[in-house]
Design a protein around this ligand. Structure first.
Ligand code: SPD
Length: 441
């Protein structure tokens, strides 16, 4: 065969192979597979679908520039124009795409303080998230806890001025704004505020969220261990009527160490508002509480989850709803009920004290923004079992939590709950007196 004929034959053979291939559409883009790029329109279709959108699945497309190399090493595509026919593209599996985390911004781009001082309620964060924050951003977090809003206020007033992020509840935010104890927040540093549900923002205690960002919300009612407390409680009578409460004295009853919560619940049981300031009503509440006190084992808001976890240590508890479900993870049988007389609804918030300034305040806002990240807030919710104000976090929250009416109350429960209002002057003095009498008697 002449050389010319041989060349012609070779051209025909190449066309036979190439023509059908180049006209073909890209194959169905199955996960976990390599494709050798054979046509430009593949590139544009794949690139349109997968590149430049880190939130779309699959987020990563890898390539090698070693044409058809068996042992090619892959790299993330950043510029689709770089890819040429003959290169290999890999479409990651769903699990791989999910495991992909975009690299953190270079440290020098973020100017943060070396140390951040945080003051929160006990058992109110997944500690792994704090460690993750420290590792990712190189900030050391010093973390302290308080028992109640009044405890937080008293400690700040007594000179604990070093905190950068604090977590007061609704009425205490209003009180602290009034006392000029909070710094207005720079929302340029908190873009994840957009993740929040509208119904949790612009609250009456801080119109326009000038000083506060919602953290979690919940209710206060009764926790009980169903193996021991039978029939299930449906009223505050279980805690406040000595005839009933003292039946559980040996099993153990814990009351929250929180004056607004304890006196508020007694007022509610007596048919008054949780914000009542009438002295006669408050004396009635005091007498009720003093009569029931011998049936109770402890006043504890910070360590009580641990006690609920120990079988036989406590069987009935005045409790914040999420805490009871955390205890139930360790000690099955714990459940929570909102008494028929009604109880307290609250929303806790992230705030920066007015004493935190400059880089410390900037870092506080950065930490607040981190806790508002959808995935972070989802992980946190799954750990602390409280209702999250974070709408974007919902895909990451366990359905078991999202669908539990004891955590996300139904309408029937919502009409029975009340918000605490700030107290001041003579009214606050009477409340303080009732609390002191109850604690020292
Ligand atoms: N374990 C921490 C729970 C914090 C609950 N918030 C308290 C609200 C008080 N009104």
């Amino acid at each position: 065969m002449s050389k010319k004929l041989l060349n012609l034959l070779l051209v025909f053979m190449m066309l036979a192979v190439l023509v059908p291939t180049t006209l073909a559409a890209p194959p169905a883009q199955e996960e976990g597979q390599d494709y050798v790029v054979v046509a430009d329109d593949w590139l544009s279709k794949l690139a349109d679908k997968y590149l430049g959108n880190p939130f779309a699945y699959p987020a990563i497309v890898h390539y090698t520039n070693q044409k058809n190399a068996e042992d090619a090493s892959y790299a993330e595509i950043t510029d689709p124009d770089l890819i040429e026919i003959g290169w290999k593209i890999y479409i990651p599996s769903a699990a791989e795409a999910e495991a992909y985390a975009p690299p953190p911004p270079p440290a020098e781009a973020l100017e943060l303080a070396d140390t951040l001082y945080v003051f929160n309620w006990a058992d109110y964060i997944d500690e792994d998230l704090v460690t993750d924050y420290e590792e990712e951003f190189g900030v050391t977090v010093v973390y302290d806890t308080f028992d109640s809003n009044e405890d937080l206020l008293a400690k700040l007033q007594a000179g604990a001025t070093g905190y950068d992020v604090i977590f007061p509840s609704d009425y205490m935010v209003a009180q602290m704004i009034e006392m000029e104890m909070l710094a207005p927040l720079d929302f340029n540093n908190i873009p994840n505020f957009a993740n929040l549900h509208d119904f949790t923002t612009d609250p009456s205690y801080d119109p326009g969220n000038v000083y506060s960002v919602p953290y979690y919300w919940g209710t206060t009612g009764i926790g009980y261990h169903a193996d021991v407390v039978d029939p299930p409680p449906d009223s505050w009578v279980w805690l406040f009527d000595p005839e009933i409460a003292c039946q559980y004295a040996d099993g153990g009853i814990n009351m929250l160490d929180d004056q607004r919560e304890v006196i508020g619940a007694a007022l509610k049981y007596l048919g008054y508002s949780i914000n009542d300031t009438d002295e006669a009503h408050l004396m009635e509440a005091r007498d009720l509480l003093l009569a029931a006190k011998p049936c109770w084992k402890t006043f504890d808001s910070s360590g009580y989850i641990d006690n609920l976890m120990i079988p036989g240590e406590v069987v009935l508890a005045h409790a914040w709803n999420g805490d009871v479900f955390v205890a139930a993870e360790e000690n099955e049988g714990w459940t929570y009920v909102m008494p028929k007389e009604g109880g307290i609804i609250w929303q806790d918030n992230m705030c920066v004290p007015a004493t935190s300034t400059g880089l410390s305040k900037r870092t506080a806002e950065h930490f607040i923004n981190y806790l508002l990240d959808a995935e972070v807030a989802g992980q946190n919710t799954n750990y602390i079992w409280y209702a999250s104000p974070n709408k974007a976090a919902e895909p990451y929250i366990e359905p078991e939590i999202l669908e539990d009416p004891a955590i996300y109350p139904d309408e029937e429960t919502m009409v029975r709950v009340e918000w605490l209002e700030p107290l001041s002057g003579e009214a606050l003095a009477i409340w303080d007196r009732v609390w002191t009498e109850l604690k020292v008697e």
